[in-house]
Design a binder for this molecule. Sequence first.
Ligand code: SAM
Length: 250
Amino acid sequence: MWSTALVRGLIREDALRSSSYSDTGYIDLLESGPPARRTLAQRAMTNNRVAAVYERLWRPIVVAALSLHGLSVVDERARAAAALHLDGEQRVLDVACGPGNFTGFFADRLAGDGFVVGLDTSLPMLERAVHDNPRPRAVYLHADALKLPFDDRTFDAVCCFAALHLVAEPCAVLREMVRVLAPGGRIAVMTSYGRESFLVRKGLELGATLCGVRVFDRTTVPAFLAAAGLLDVDQQLRGISQFVTARRHG
Ligand SMILES: C[S@@+](CC[C@H](N)C(=O)[O-])C[C@H]1O[C@@H](n2cnc3c(N)ncnc32)[C@H](O)[C@@H]1O
């Protein structure tokens, strides 16, 4: 529980005032439930059955079905940990952590006082995270990516995987992620990519619109990070996904 105490020390006073520690093992900073109007994709993420099969079935099947992605789930985690340079006492924030599939993996790569915070709005996902991916160095929070409950420049590594395309205001999430990134810290984002072909892009956009998923072009995410003053912005395009990394001047 020492990591929970460390994390509590980082949570802003105003957010901590309304917090409670759930019996199931996460810190709850959201008094209200999810927004009333939600897309199909957002509803799926708060469904108990989806949460129960997400890590073992849903994500691998989606990745395999879109096999353009070209990376196994295991490779994806290793790539993410390498991109964030995880190897010690870092403070790591996994935004929209789902069932903690990356959070737990990252926790195993930390040492000393290093810890990772997994944050999500979905209670079924957090319950899976606590059950399936508990670690002494992992703490789970019920909180909103649009309003991260931390002071500026708090984390050495901040990431958001497979979620930016689900939120109504993705640039607001990116702004929050950059805000809480410490000097010298690294950021990594994995999200959708609409490809260059007009027909492919339109097809993807139509399917995505029906489900409530955004399809990003190749410039929006890297351009946002560069405009925010981050350095070494790098983008890897794979099938219909993009993996973007950058670092803050240290
Ligand atoms: C597809 S899952 C991704 C889980 C994990 N990061 C991964 O890569 O497998 C998307 C997650 O984003 C979460 N999410 C959506 N909007 C959010 C928000 N505003 N704040 C925090 N989490 C959010 C959903 O609840 C869901 O658990």
